[in-house]
Design a protein around this ligand. Structure first.
Ligand code: GLP
Length: 240
């Protein structure tokens, strides 16, 4: 794993955007794996600015998001589909039909898991996956204890994840307790991974990732076994 240390959130977002733009312009028809949460918001902002100023085109880009809450439709302001449209897709020239987010509001969620996993495979897999990390080491919504062999699946969210994500909702009770997420093996199949880490609240998780063992109790630890991982972390997240 290669680590790029930057001063703050702003710099992390700029560096991440530069990294993504480089791949989007060099790899024709790139398949991007995208993340939500607070961490990549600044990155999407920079990508939009670059699109407006330099015209980097996303017409040939296909995207796959990591996860979605169960029970929320794409029109719900707290769904990850809404987040992606609102904070990124609506502001660039991407073909919306090439943007994929697992659906959290279909009757048969098991079928949706299979459909999503197959869709990624049919498209030739993900070239560059953007990741954040939960303070308990979760990636996507793969909570501690998730099998490293897992494919797209349904999860019960950890109480700490529900609490951490409550900041996006009016009240804690509104946070869905279940989600659909790419599995750990799905994520590991990506050709390249870019992990973004910012802030004091992620310090312990990053320290564990850098110095701990590969263990299902800490999902992100599997990234140590991936041949092409770059971490962009800000000072506040890096242990002294
Ligand atoms: C969320 C998301 C993840 C995200 C992580 C960190 O629950 N499902 O995809 O990377 O947890 O979130 P944040 O960036 O808000 O700290």
């Amino acid at each position: 794993m290669k680590m790029i240390k930057v001063d703050n959130y702003q710099q992390m977002s700029e560096k991440a955007a530069e990294y993504i733009i480089d791949r989007v312009t060099k790899v024709p028809g790139i398949k991007l794996g995208l993340a939500t949460g607070g961490t990549p918001i600044g990155t999407y902002k920079h990508l939009i600015e670059d699109y407006q100023n330099n015209g980097t085109s996303y017409l040939n880009v296909t995207t796959f998001n990591l996860d979605e809450y169960i029970g929320l439709s794409g029109e719900d302001k707290n769904s990850y589909r809404y987040y992606m449209n609102d904070l990124f897709f609506n502001h660039i020239d991407i073909n919306k039909e090439k943007t994929h987010v697992p659906q959290g509001d279909v009757g048969d969620m098991q079928t949706e898991c299979l459909r999503y996993e197959e869709l990624i495979a049919e498209n030739g897999g993900i070239d560059l996956q953007i990741l954040g990390i939960g303070s308990n080491g979760h990636i996507g919504f793969n909570e501690p204890g998730t099998s490293f062999q897992s494919k797209t699946h349904i999860v019960d969210l950890a109480p700490s994840t529900i609490e951490a994500n409550a900041r996006f909702f009016n009240q804690l009770e509104e946070v869905p307790t279940m989600a659909i997420t790419m599995g750990i093996s799905t994520i590991m199949k990506s050709k390249e991974i870019l992990l973004l880490v910012s802030g004091e609240s992620k310090k312990e998780a990053l320290e564990k990732l850098m110095n701990g063992h590969v263990d299902e109790k800490f999902p992100a630890s599997i990234l140590k076994n991936h041949p092409h991982v770059t971490i962009i972390a800000d000072k506040a997240a890096v242990a002294d």
